[in-house]
Design a protein. Structure first.
Length: 439
């Protein structure tokens, strides 16, 4: 019986080695191709997604690659780690000097994605990382640190702009009520914003003829908007109506979730990398990966690409304010204040870092969001739910936008050269990219 067990074990090990390498007649190990590794990577991620539904944000690869069996009762972490690490070793063995430039970029990105997958499995297994280390391993970026005094000085400037009496957050809440979109008007306002964003984007990018989306309004979510890309140019865009939605969010979400944001990002990746080049690792979008920093950063910067400041406020005054039944007389002042508030974005990262590193409580984290990001207390507590669920993912919105902006504008895509900006933005969306590559 012991002999049979040993024989079976040896056969099993041999089979596992055969999966990751092959031998030539001279005894040398042949490196597995990236296409072969891509298939293994995608299939393994799909299986991992059975244990955490957030792992796979989108999949539009072969149907037969999806797992058919039921997931085990508990996470077989060591099996997942062994497979991802085997893929990682084979990627390291690739002969980079023989690869063309685009394949080299593919390899760099692939390695980062696999490292993130390994890290995610370890976290699902119970391993704890600091906020900064987790961000580096998952998203290939280390968020900057800011002293709270930096944000206090910005609050002082905002304080001078706001009318009324009371705390800054109280006065902001009272002031912005006049910019809230009535629920009965949400559908019309959002559809107009998405249509305009789509028209502006299609002037610059050739999208599939049948590309489209469905818009839904939902409740009880940890996020304000979400794009579920279904493949073949189709997305489901959901907008959370748990809290009031203000007029600026129409273009923000239309561009971020739709055009030229997440929807276009996924369309271009599928069109250029999956369909044209056959790079199947891009048929899956793992949420906790470097791809997310580019996805969220480009989606946020894409708002400015599609709607430069002067064009945006003109469109809102002429189209969206009337559709929402709002008075545009205060629009210029409102957007000036919003511009200053945008400088407080990184305060949310500091709140998340302190909270997730165990240095402050949930209540204290929410209080920071109330003070520095002007959240109503109930919405601030909702944001801590987002932190619980997605952790260091919060860096992808603001740090991602900053990195994308710096990359595009440093290379000539400035506001006074919109054609170049659209060109560089489209190239970024259509090619392998990770934070450390945006130099």
């Amino acid at each position: 019986m012991q002999t049979l067990k040993k024989t079976f074990l040896l056969l099993l090990l041999a089979a596992c080695w055969a999966c990751s390498s092959t031998k030539t007649e001279t005894g040398k190990t042949d490196v597995v191709t990236m296409d072969q590794l891509a298939e293994r990577y995608v299939k393994t991620l799909l299986k991992l997604g059975q244990y955490d539904s957030d792992v796979v944000d989108a999949y539009y690869g072969p149907e037969e690659w999806k797992p058919t069996g039921e997931a085990a009762d508990s996470l077989p972490a060591e099996e997942f780690l062994a497979e991802f690490k085997a893929i990682q070793q084979q990627l390291e063995a690739q002969e980079t000097d023989k690869l063309p430039v685009d394949e080299n970029r593919r390899l760099v990105m692939f390695k980062k994605q696999v490292l993130a997958a390994i890290t995610k499995v370890e976290m699902m297994q119970g391993k704890k990382y600091s906020f900064d280390e987790e961000a580096r391993l998952l998203y290939d970026a280390v968020p900057p640190h800011y002293e709270l005094a930096h944000f206090d000085s910005i609050l002082t400037a905002i304080d001078r702009e706001l009318p009324g009496k009371g705390s800054i957050s109280e006065r902001w809440d009272a002031y912005r009520v006049k910019f809230e979109i009535p629920k009965a008007k949400l559908d019309a306002v959002f559809k107009a914003a998405i249509a305009e964003a789509r028209n502006r984007t299609k002037v610059h990018y050739k999208l599939p003829e049948n590309e489209n989306f469905k818009l839904e309004f939902v409740t009880d979510k940890a996020w304000s908007g979400y794009n579920y890309y279904k493949g073949k140019g189709y997305s489901l865009i959901q907008i959370n109506t748990d809290f009031p939605i203000y007029i600026e969010r129409a273009i923000d979400l239309a561009s971020h979730e739709g055009y030229p944001g997440h929807h276009v990002f996924n369309v271009l990746l599928e069109q250029n990398l999956v369909d044209k080049k056959g790079w199947k690792e891009y048929s899956i979008y793992p949420l906790f990966s470097p791809q997310s920093l580019i996805a969220e950063g480009s989606a946020n910067y894409g708002i400015d690409v599609a709607f430069p400041a002067k064009e945006r406020i003109k469109f809102e005054k002429e189209v969206l304010f009337p559709l929402a039944g709002l008075n545009a007389a205060e629009a210029d002042r409102y957007y000036a204040i919003l511009g200053k508030m945008g400088q407080l974005d990184f305060a949310g990262n500091e709140s998340a870092r302190l909270y997730l590193d165990g240095k402050i409580s949930r209540e204290q984290a929410a209080d920071m969001l109330v003070k520095y990001n002007m959240y109503p207390k109930d919405k601030a507590l909702q944001r801590t739910r987002f932190m619980d669920k997605y952790r260091s993912y919060v860096i992808n919105y603001n740090l991602g936008k900053q990195l994308v902006r710096n990359y595009i504008e440093t290379n000539g895509g400035t506001e006074d050269n919109p054609a170049k900006r659209w060109e560089l933005f489209g190239e970024l969306l259509s090619n392998p990219a990770t934070a450390s590559m945006l130099k």
